[in-house]
Design a protein around this ligand. Sequence first.
Ligand code: FAD
Length: 533
Amino acid sequence: VPNRTNLCPNHSLAILEVPVPPRFNSTNIVSSLETLSLDGYFSFENNHHAAKDFGNIYHYLPSAVLYPKSVPDISNTIRHVFEMGSASELKVAARGHAHSLQGQAQADQGVVINMESLQGLEMLVHTGNMPYVDVSGGELWINILHETLKHGLAPKSWTDYLHLTVGGTLSNAGISGQAFQHGPQINNVYQLEVVTGMYVCAIQNLAHLQITEREKWLPVQRSKMADLFYGVLGGLGQFGIITRARISLEPAPKMVKWIRVLYSDFSIFSKDQEQLISSENSFDYIEGLVIINKTGLLNNWRSSFRPKDPLQANQFSSDGRTLYCLEMSKYFNPDETKTMNQSIENLLSKLSYIPSTLFQSEVPYIEFLDRVHVSEKKLQAKGLWEVPHPWLNLFIPKSRISEFAEEVFGNILTDTSNGPILIYPVNQSKWNNNTSLVTPDEDVFYLVAFLTSAMPSSTGRDGLEHILTQNKRILDFCATAQLGMKQYLPHYNTLEEWQAHFGSHWKVFVQRKSAYDPLAILAPGHRIFQKAI
Ligand code: FAD
């Protein structure tokens, strides 16, 4: 069995020079896991919830679910699986809030680690010049918001929905309307504690390198710490499990001015969006929505937005046209209302939206950030939250966005869509490009998110099959037209597709896998690495 002595010195390869151990089957896997001494516990039965995610399309039943109470529970479990080596095909998936779409947090007959059980680690807010909060990898962003607000602080970069875990979003990117200014969430992390696929625990601190002294853990070589840190960010859980993160904070405002305006011409809409994300003193949040063939407009955009002038808003009729909604917000404190209004007036005066379609609202900061939860509760009450979600998230380079919009919104999606379609540009020139996140080659690109719900037994336009076919048409178009599109929250079925997704970054991705998870134990739900590499 590999141990410290038969790991090669640079820890990049495990040398399995061992007599062939007995093969493990599901029965002795259970009994072998039962021998581990843990602060938390394993569950071997009734684990069907761990075979489900928000996508509700893929379902893989694990052999065991670990409810860790401590970080050593996680490292000991991975160590145990690692030491089984080639005698077992057991894989390990960290499960955050399971809001993945295609089984990414699942492990077929493997071990699922329920990261939210780690929440017991205390959240620590540090005030001062560069404020930050230390949180568990299984912490929900909504809890971080509540805790940091007690100190008048908050993270800078968000997702639209906050009931997701730190480890889950940092494994992807974490993108919302603040990303044009602050970058995605993966660019707002100072430090990570990670348990790799070799049960190694490493802490990377951007300020000073620091290696954990936890007993029995093998430190990752100092020279590799930065590589691991950046690899894990956006790394789809392939290199390690994030057990703790240090997130940068900023002073939190009390209120948010929330504005929506409409356009009927895509080129004017996108020009205004691009101008806003490149201005120095812009809004604090910029997104956009496509509204296809909707007549009762207000009932159809995300219901948490309640404009102050409902009469004017209700009178606006889209007459079935495709419209583009620019959504912006500006943060402020009550004593800054006057200057905030002046600055908004100035910003709006440069935009070319349909004049009668200025819808405004003022809401507390927390209500604005937690806005999607309002819709969640409504859908849950109607039994419509747990339906299949064949979502498609794409990054489209700026130079090709008009072509994309013309074909997709003009030809492919001509009928009512079954959920919001988000569209907004970001500029990655200031983002850190050492992370594992894959983006298009151009500095400015658009996030286009088709957030579709399928009606479970429908065979019609709102059925799963029809929506998947529509998604395929969109993907086929991007490929045929060679738009340089990259999938966000990527999902592929073949190695060739993964290689094409990573492009020139594939080599580094594979090197990192062989350095930090050479037996390909971690995050099997992405189906990138089928066996040890
Ligand atoms: P899970 O689904 O549990 O896990 C996702 C992946 O991360 C899996 O591969 C898992 O193994 C791995 N993982 C989980 N925890 C860890 C850990 N601690 N260490 C290492 N790997 C880990 N994304 C955006 O960027 N912007 C948005 O605005 C946005 N809005 C969303 C709204 C909704 C309603 C939903 C359902 C999703 C949204 N997403 C958004 C996508 C979301 O960020 C990802 O699906 C994210 O992975 C979900 O987090 P989770 O905690 O549920 O992760």
